[in-house]
Design a protein around this ligand. Structure first.
Ligand code: NFE
Ligand code: MG
Length: 566
């Protein structure tokens, strides 16, 4: 008999997400994704100076702060037709890449590894056998029997203390946990090391941008990081070298630990490869521009429709009409006043809460659509679009990861294995490795350009009378982010953010088309309805962020079962 499971709150994410699934015969038959926080920042911006917007919108989130700053200054620059200097592009790209290194590492280890890794089982592992396993996968110096024995001792002491800290309340011993004890111990050891490496990435970000979270070095027209390689008070060679050193250390960890762990988990959970595809229309932004005019990029953008790699279409600029003209949001199933589907420049944000109604309105998230269709966004979308376009570094990275998975699984795995829950993790790890390389490439481009005597960082904006419209596009860690601004006589008349997690976690629309989280849950197995680990696996693979509460609500569900999932 069908039953409904409500997971509220679904944790190890950013923000407040509720997921309801109908389960029948041990598999998910229907799903609803509900954002439980209202974001009011778009309304707060009205009437303000467009040059200030980026400070406000960074506060949308405590995780992806930089990305909103970036999208915001780009939206104003697009509205004004303002080009920024090459150094400013490259410094922004450095900010983007080191922020992403931090974000992807934290996501895999802190926010999702415990869906696959059973920490309690690590207590049964033999440290010497664990070293053998780890050495067969990579030559990371942290993979010694001595370290694994120490980690095992640490976990044992933690368990005996009864104070489990971050390891409390997960689904230990769940029937869907399949890794052998040695793989679990190796992963727990890397989980602890990841804490150090995410700190190195975020230190690099703070050195470039002045502060994290909430970077301080952007400006409409460029950056405020004055360049003088010999001056102690500016972005100088000592600071740049520190950033380079940190990125190289993080890159080692990503290539020898993160990528390898994801491939091993993917291979050892090969039975999961068919699950979690959901919406197979993909959308990504071009980013990491390599010239001042932002017409050439190191990260590819575009679309793939219906899972057909041959359908790939690119975006050639940050405000390509193929993107700009085809985005709308529907509020038919969301807690807003009206039932329209509109282009972001025409939208408003009028909250109207009416309780959770699976047949009616059930979320604070709008439903973004591209050419009327739901789209999946994120690292998987970008890696597939790059792969389909023959992007050299992405093809190499994807093929390398698939070879690793094939070697551990003992069977050849092709690119179609990427389309799902496990594939989203693999694509994120490949992208993380690419971002480490690109951070160093763009570091070199910056130092070369400054070496030629160019220290320009800023082109001042001027605001004409009348109305201007702009879009600021950025590829954030969770996917394509766009900010849409309407400026009237130098003041903000309208401002809308269409964020990655809105694309992925958004609800149905007036045509009843499911959003990507919802669609990806269909047919997922559920071994134990009271411990719906499999739902967490698929939802976490998107790296959810349901941010920016102005106020929070506590709706009454009509659920059969309510589970607090950690
Ligand atoms: Ni708040 Fe974000 C990212 C943006 S939302 S984490 O990445 O934009 O998906
Ligand atoms: Mg919005």
């Amino acid at each position: 008999m069908a039953q409904t499971i409500t997971i509220d709150p679904l944790t190890r994410i950013e923000g407040h997400l509720r997921v309801d699934v109908e389960v029948d015969g041990g598999a998910v038959t229907n799903a609803w994704s509900s954002g439980q926080m209202f974001r009011g920042l778009e309304n707060i911006l009205k009437g303000r100076d467009p040059r200030d917007a980026w400070h406000f919108v960074q506060r949308i989130c405590g995780v992806c702060t930089t990305v909103h700053a970036m999208a915001s200054v780009r939206a104003v620059e697009d509205a004004l037709g303002l080009e920024i200097p090459l150094n400013a592009q490259l410094i922004r790209n450095l900010v983007q890449s080191v922020h992403c290194l931090h974000d992807h590492i934290v996501h895999f280890y802190a926010l999702s590894a415990l869906d696959w890794v059973d920490v309690v089982s690590a207590l049964d592992a033999d440290p010497v056998a664990t070293q053998k396993l780890a050495e067969s996968l990579s030559n990371w110096p942290g993979n010694s029997a001595k370290r694994f024995a120490a980690v095992k001792g640490k976990v044992k002491a933690l368990v005996e203390s009864g104070q489990l800290g971050p390891f409390a309340n997960a689904y230990w011993g769940h029937a869907a946990m399949k890794l052998p004890p040695e793989a679990n111990l190796m992963a727990v050891s890397h989980y602890l090391e990841a804490l150090d490496y995410q700190r190195k990435a975020t230190t690099a970000l703070a050195v470039i941008s002045g502060k994290n979270p909430h970077v301080q070095n952007l400006s409409v027209g460029g950056v405020t990081a004055a360049i003088n390689l010999d001056n102690e008070a500016t972005l100088n060679i000592e600071r740049l070298n520190r950033v380079r050193q940190l990125v190289m250390e993080v890159r080692d960890f990503v290539n020898n630990v993160y990528l390898v762990d994801v491939a091993a988990v993917g291979a050892l959970y090969a039975e999961w490869l068919p699950y979690g595809n959901g919406v197979t229309n993909y959308l990504a932004a071009p980013d990491m521009p390599t010239n001042a005019a932002a017409t050439q990029f190191d990260l590819p953008g575009g679309t793939i429709m219906g899972g057909d790699l041959a359908s790939v279409k690119g975006f050639s600029t940050l405000s390509d009409p193929y993107f700009k003209d085809n985005v709308e949001e529907s509020i038919a199933r969301a807690w807003y006043d009206g039932d329209w589907q509109k282009h972001p420049w025409e939208e408003d944000t009028e909250p109207k809460f009416t309780d959770f109604d699976a047949q009616g309105r059930y979320t604070w998230l709008k439903a973004p659509r591209f050419e009327g269709k739901p789209m999946q966004v994120g690292p998987l979308a970008q890696m597939l679009i790059g792969y389909a376009q023959g992007h050299e570094k992405i093809v190499k990275g994807v093929n390398g990861a698939l070879d690793l998975v094939s070697a551990v699984a003992g069977t050849k795995v092709g690119p179609d294995a990427l389309f799902g829950t496990v594939g989203r993790h693999a694509a994120r790890a490949v992208r993380c490795s690419l971002m480490a390389d690109l951070a160093l490439d763009h570091w070199n481009m910056l130092v070369d350009n400054v070496g030629k005597g160019d220290t320009e960082i800023f082109n001042p904006p001027t605001f004409p009378k009348g109305e201007q419209k702009g879009v600021g596009v950025h590829e954030a860690p969770r996917g394509i982010l766009s900010h849409w601004i309407v400026i009237q006589d130098g003041k903000i008349k309208n401002y809308q953010c269409v964020v990655p997690s809105t694309w992925n976690a958004g609800p149905r629309d007036a045509q009843d088309q499911l959003g990507p989280y919802e669609a990806s849950l269909l047919a997922n197995p559920i071994a134990d309805p009271e411990r719906p680990l499999e739902v967490l696996r698929t939802i976490h693979s998107f790296d959810p962020c349901i941010a920016c509460a102005v106020h929070m609500l506590d709706p009454e569900g009509r659920e059969v079962m309510k589970v607090k999932a950690l």
